[in-house]
Write a new protein. Structure first.
Length: 213
């Protein structure tokens, strides 16, 4: 009898916890500006990320990862190239770590991520990184965090090119975006490549920010 009572109480606590999570989710979503949550698919994406945090068992099941120099999934985007050295699949979509090489003047147009944050860790060369209209000129050893929902972009300003680690959290959607982008000759961006770029961004929870003029 005692064990049945304990089990019943445990189930009640679990239901209360689930309802509490949904109330937190509703409050988080209601506090976000409308442009941050575009449609029902975006709402479902955020709900899944909020509710489906990895369990202890899932975390314990993760295996150590060794990626040798030159290994990993490679995405060639034209004026910059990324090597996925630790993938979302290897981290239960906690993050992706991308080793990025950039040519002089390489970089994307200003855009907004609705699904992931980005952290830039500069290893070689110099970059100009814009986050929410703040411009940072950075070099080796510098780190810049660009949170989701905030307009940002970057440009390599070293004539010899540059190299940076890109930490994307979470990483699965962005990884898929980069690999899809590598199938198209989009960068450097040209008028004829803009429609494809815009469509791929929309498909992966990103928004291209048009010039003010």
């Amino acid at each position: 009898m005692r064990s049945e009572i304990v089990l019943t109480l445990a189930l009640q606590r679990k239901k209360l916890s689930q309802r509490r999570k949904h109330r937190i989710y509703d409050r988080v979503i209601s506090d976000l500006p409308v442009e941050m949550i575009c449609d029902d698919s975006e709402r479902r994406y955020h709900l899944e990320n909020l509710m489906n945090n990895p369990t202890i068992e899932q975390l314990e099941a993760l295996a150590p990862v060794l990626t040798r120099s030159g290994e990993g999934q490679f995405a060639d985007l034209g004026d910059h190239r990324g090597n996925i050295v630790v993938s979302a699949a290897q981290t239960n979509d906690t993050y992706s770590l991308i080793d990025m090489e950039a040519d002089f003047n390489a970089g994307p147009p200003p855009h907004i991520h609705h699904r992931e944050d980005e952290t830039f860790i500069i290893k070689r060369g110099r970059f100009e990184i814009m986050v929410d209209d703040n411009f940072f000129e950075v070099g080796p050893g510098d780190t810049v965090f660009a949170p989701r929902y905030v307009k940002h972009t970057w440009r390599c300003i070293s004539p010899e090119g540059g190299n940076a680690l890109l930490l994307v959290t979470p990483g699965a959607s962005f990884e898929h975006f980069a690999l899809e982008m590598s199938k198209h000759d989009i960068f450097p961006v040209r008028p004829e490549t803009i429609p494809t770029l815009i469509q791929l961004c929309e498909d992966h929870g990103m928004t291209i920010v048009p010039p003010a003029n």
